[in-house]
Design a protein around this ligand. Structure first.
Ligand SMILES: Cc1ncc(COP(=O)(O)OP(=O)(O)O)c(N)n1
Ligand SMILES: Cc1ncsc1CCOP(=O)(O)O
Length: 460
């Protein structure tokens, strides 16, 4: 049985800054596992601040690009982005009608900077020729205002505009995006022309100015979903999740609106798998040395944590460790189960704080306090630093979860860098702790074993 490779085409412009247009679309297609193709409509000299120049592509060349890929490679779904002139729209529409593929239309009018991306006289062709051949059209509030002929400022306006656009211009589905509206949530209104049904897509509003390429990536994600054979509603839901991730991990580049990050979808999955693999590797080394390490498992037990790379490590959920910790069983160190994300608070807080000072230090493990460990670590040349829990200010003590970040900051300040080993000698009712830090879990466990083996050598 031959494997079907989903294929999607973007009919759109080039943003030389790489944030919007065809580069956003291709990243989105590929991040979603869809083979991407291009029919270029215009070259823009553009960055995060604005559009400096536009060179349109000959309409016959636009049509030729679509026909050429469709007749050989095939197209399951396509999207349009920047279509700046009536002639380019007419040419693109001829080719879309000829091949009959599903079309998502992002009715691009202005860049985030406010610069126009469509000739004023082409507005009518967008309404009359392009939107009627679309399965899904994705205006933001200003674009919906232009298409509906009234201001779209509230959710009720968005609902009225979606219905109006569907009934007047005949796309199957209209999504009026909530990105430009206000409120704690970004709410998109989805209207289905045939059934007259409304649905809503909600996501928490992310506070960032780096949203360049949002519309492009969202519409490309819907086209990718359709190309994969999803129903329109499933493709739209996937696209909302996709764009929320791309905005959450958008890139602070340039001096204006930085680009969204379609690759975050793929990178997060790849890094999460890598973090679990690396932890498993180090846990196997712990099991191979279970007798030796067993002597250093404290009352509270141990954990070994590993964070996603710094750009993706935002909170405790971005750090993996052992649920149920590494216990002492019959004198031996024993991970109580496979590693998972979001299961550590103590070790994870040491890591998060250390990463704020040195993003390379992404892993740590706690062991039982023993003077000999500290002494031997120093002899081996490791940087050792400590903090005194009795010095903890009352306001830190009072705040849940603030103790470890405070102590780690103290230890880092005392050493002038992120140390290899941090310890504290405890306080009333608090066990003393040693934390070993490193760039990855194998490095942490190697440091631990180097110390413990040296202690054992000296014993005989
Ligand atoms: C070449 C090109 N095409 C489209 C856009 C518009 O991008 P979009 O994601 O709709 O919005 P902004 O990124 O401009 O805010 C563009 N800028 N350039
Ligand atoms: C209780 C405790 N205190 C410092 S390390 C530790 C054990 C590991 O805790 P976690 O599983 O939350 O990382």
């Amino acid at each position: 049985m031959s494997m079907r490779i989903p294929r999607a085409l973007t009919i759109a412009g080039l943003d030389s800054g790489g944030g919007a247009g065809i580069t956003a679309d291709l990243k989105t297609f590929h991040a979603l596992g869809v083979y991407g193709m291009v029919a270029l409509t215009a070259v823009t000299a553009q960055n995060t601040l604005g559009v400096k120049a536009v060179q349109e592509i000959d309409p016959l060349v636009v049509e030729n690009q679509i026909n050429t890929v469709a007749e050989d490679i095939g197209v399951d779904a396509a999207k349009t982005g920047m279509l700046s002139s009536s002639q380019i729209m007419e040419a693109a529409a001829r080719a879309v009608r000829r091949w009959g593929f599903q079309l998502v239309v992002d009715p691009v009018m202005y860049a985030k900077s406010g610069d126009p991306l469509i000739r004023p006289e082409a507005m009518e062709t967008l309404r009359r020729v392009i939107i009627p051949i679309s399965k899904v059209v994705t205006p933001n509030a200003p674009e919906a205002s232009h298409l509906a002929g009234f201001r779209v400022e509230t959710l009720d306006d968005a609902k009225r505009a979606a219905k109006f656009i569907a009934e007047e211009l005949h796309p199957e589905i209209v999504i009026v995006k909530g990105g430009h509206l206000t409120g704690n949530e970004s709410i998109d209104i989805v209207y289905f022309r045939d059934s007259g049904e409304y649905r809503e897509l909600r996501a928490p509003r992310i506070d960032t100015k780096n949203t360049h390429g949002t519309g492009c990536s969202f519409s490309a994600a819907i086209a990718a979903g359709l190309a994969k054979g999803l129903s329109p509603w499933d493709a739209i839901k996937l696209a909302k999740e996709f764009i929320t991730t791309a905005i959450k991990y958008s890139l602070p580049l340039g001096h204006g609106h930085g680009p969204v990050n379609p690759m975050a979808w793929l990178e997060l999955r790849a890094y999460r798998a890598d973090v679990i693999d690396e932890l498993n590797k180090a846990l196997r080394i712990i099991e191979d040395n279970a007798d030796l390490i067993g002597n250093y498992i404290p009352e509270v037990q141990s954990n070994l944590g590993y964070a996603l790379p710094a750009f993706y490590a935002r909170d405790l959920n971005d750090i993996a460790a052992v649920p149920g910790r590494i216990i002492k069983y019959m004198g031996k160190a024993k991970p109580s189960g496979p590693p998972a994300f979001g299961v550590s608070s103590h070790v994870a807080n040491y890591i998060l704080t250390a990463m704020r000072h040195d993003p390379e230090v992404r892993s740590a493990m706690n062991i039982k306090y023993d003077d000999k460990v500290i002494e031997t670590a120093r002899k081996l040349g490791y940087v050792v630093s400590s903090y005194d829990r009795r010095q903890e200010p009352p306001e830190v003590k009072a705040r849940e979860g603030a103790s470890i970040p405070w102590g780690t900051e103290q230890a880092i300040k005392n050493a002038g860098r992120v140390p290899d080993v941090i310890y504290h000698l405890g306080d009333w009712g608090k066990e003393p702790v040693i934390i070993i830090l490193g760039r990855n879990p194998t490095e942490v466990v190697s440091k631990l074993l180097a110390i413990l083996r040296r202690i054992n050598e000296n014993r005989f």
